[in-house]
Design a protein around this ligand. Structure first.
Ligand code: F6P
Length: 535
């Protein structure tokens, strides 16, 4: 870190040390305005999200230091540069312009002499008219989205969330894994003449996606009683890619195709044509609401005062929890079944973005970067893993996400659901009220010390707009952590090695030799060959 940043970082560490042995109870007792100061509300039209981070083990002084650090590190200025098309993904010499995907038509943004906003809106118009056509024709009753990572998790999340509120016009199924059990199960629920396949792949080189597209095509040809070369098949296929040239040269013939761009990372592509499946299922107007929710957080991140900048503050708390305290994992616990896919979505967003250990200048990162992200819905999680969060040897910061209103729910049960969320956050923060209990009378194994950090997100309702806002909040807090750690949040070189090796090993499995491998991998390939041929 530069000298002045180093000094500030030392101050953050000092703050961390100072608070380390303080209890959350003491922090609350000493500051009657704590909750007011540490609760921010994001209001955007009908959408309202209350973010209460008062149960984080942090105090006003530490927050002030973190905000100064952010100022000195130019976090918000760098965010503006990213939005302006700076090549922040420097290892791939690319801009990261996911925010442009939700910019209004009136915005101005050029990259390499190209009008980015026009490109985005032209494509959105294509998406709108295609989705309206599919909805009105009523030919397709099922959509199978074929894609993996960012080409699957985003559209699947939107579809799942919206399906909880209302019935989709068309049912969508999502197939990602190269384990063909998944696509077989999806196809078993479809009729060939009524099925539309959307093949999503930014690169159009991803093995899983190409394998599943091949299986889908064979199934369709057999079901329709036509050959693999028949033009009829293309009517059932749509392609979404940044590499339409590669798509055209593949075996996937599609009558309709939509574009994303090299400057959109796969895990940041939820606001693009990658979400075509849920757009068809719920209509373009719904998607516009989702985009509006994201856009309002983009604006908030760039323009609000630091002390009111929710994404910035959440990112700085991540820096504090994972960078200084070195907590190694983050639990995401939505108290809404509709958000059951959120933890997986965030796993890719956070871990693929910030799972790095080398800084811009090639030197090792000196603060811890991505936590392990995991989670599950409440209240199920309370009967599965919450015990560890309350009394385990590791401290796991938690994000609780709940809603005042959910559609199609029993109101009595809903109150109980939200009460459970509040209760878990309270128990983690304050444990047993030892001031009121005779501490020595409690057996050691029953003691709950509390002071386990959490943030509670309480939104009015789970609308498309609120979902968009929530996702953008997470995107930007990932950005904040990445800037402070000085890493590139937009590449993913680590994934590439696994991809290359799997291709090599796949070839070796079907050849007689696997000599180029290490002893363990060679032995496993041999055993696999033996077991495969055993009756
Ligand atoms: O896992 C690596 C990755 O490149 C992700 O970043 C991406 O979302 C996923 O694979 C799928 O890639 P594509 O959209 O190019 O098929």
């Amino acid at each position: 870190m530069a000298n002045d940043l180093s000094k500030l970082w030392q101050q953050v560490l000092t703050d961390s040390e100072r608070i380390k042995d303080t209890s959350l109870r003491a922090l609350f007792d000493h500051d009657e305005f704590r909750v007011k100061a540490m609760t921010k509300t994001l209001i955007d039209g009908e959408s309202e999200i209350v973010v209460d981070f008062s149960k984080q083990l942090i105090d006003a002084q530490a927050l002030k230091t973190l905000l100064t650090l952010a100022e000195q590190a130019g976090v918000v200025a760098k965010f503006a540069e990213m939005r302006g098309g700076e090549r922040v993904n420097f290892t791939e010499n690319q801009a990261a312009l996911h925010t442009a995907l939700r910019s209004p038509k009136t915005a101005k943004l050029e990259l390499n002499g190209q009008d980015i906003i026009k490109q985005v809106h032209d494509e959105l118009e294509k998406v709108q008219s295609f989705s309206e056509k599919v909805r009105s024709e009523k030919k397709f009753k099922k959509i199978v989205n074929i894609g993996i990572g960012g080409s699957d998790l985003g559209p699947a999340l939107i579809f799942d969330v919206l399906s909880a509120g209302r019935k989709p016009e068309i049912e969508c199924l999502f197939v990602a894994n190269i384990d063909s059990t998944e696509i077989n199960a999806a196809l078993a629920r479809c009729k060939p003449e009524e099925t539309l396949f959307i093949v999503c792949s930014k690169s159009f080189k991803t093995a899983e996606t190409l394998a599943n597209a091949r299986i889908a095509k064979q199934w369709l040809a057999t079901g329709l009683g036509v050959g693999l070369e028949s033009d009829v098949l293309a009517e059932h296929f749509v392609v979404v890619s940044a590499n339409l040239l590669q798509a055209r040269s593949s075996d996937v013939d599609a009558t309709n195709s939509f574009q994303i761009w090299p400057w959109v990372g796969g895990r940041y592509s939820i606001a693009s044509a990658m979400s075509l499946a849920p757009i068809i299922a719920f209509g373009f107007e719904t998607f516009k609401e989702f985009l509006a929710g994201m856009r309002s957080v983009d604006e908030q991140m760039q323009t609000s005062k630091p002390e009111d900048n929710i994404a910035l503050i959440l990112g700085l708390i991540d820096v504090f929890n994972f960078g200084t305290r070195r907590h190694s994992s983050q639990a995401v616990l939505p108290y809404a079944s509709a958000l059951r896919l959120l933890p997986s979505y965030l796993q890719q967003l956070i871990m693929e973005s910030n799972g790095k250990s080398v800084r811009h200048d090639g030197t090792p990162a000196d603060i811890a970067t991505s936590p392990v992200v995991w989670g599950g819905v409440g209240t199920n999680s309370q009967h599965a893993f919450m015990q560890m969060l309350h009394q385990g040897t590791q401290v796991v910061p938690v994000d609780f996400i709940g809603f005042a209103q959910l559609t199609n729910v029993d109101l009595v049960s809903h109150d109980a659901l939200v009460a459970n969320m509040f209760a878990q956050a309270k128990a983690l923060a304050f444990g047993e009220n030892q001031a009121e209990t005779n501490d020595s009378a409690i057996a050691p194994h029953r003691k709950m010390k509390g002071s386990r950090p959490s943030t509670t997100f309480l939104a009015k309702s789970l609308t498309p707009r609120t979902l968009g806002a929530l996702i953008a909040l997470y995107e930007h807090r990932v950005f904040v952590h990445g800037i402070i750690a000085q890493i590139n949040s937009f590449d993913q070189w680590g994934v590439e090695l696994g991809k290359t090796l799997s291709i090599e090993i796949n070839q070796q499995i079907n050849q007689s030799t696997s000599a180029v491998n290490d002893a363990s991998t060679k032995s496993l390939i041999d055993k696999y060959r033996q077991l495969k041929s055993k009756s």
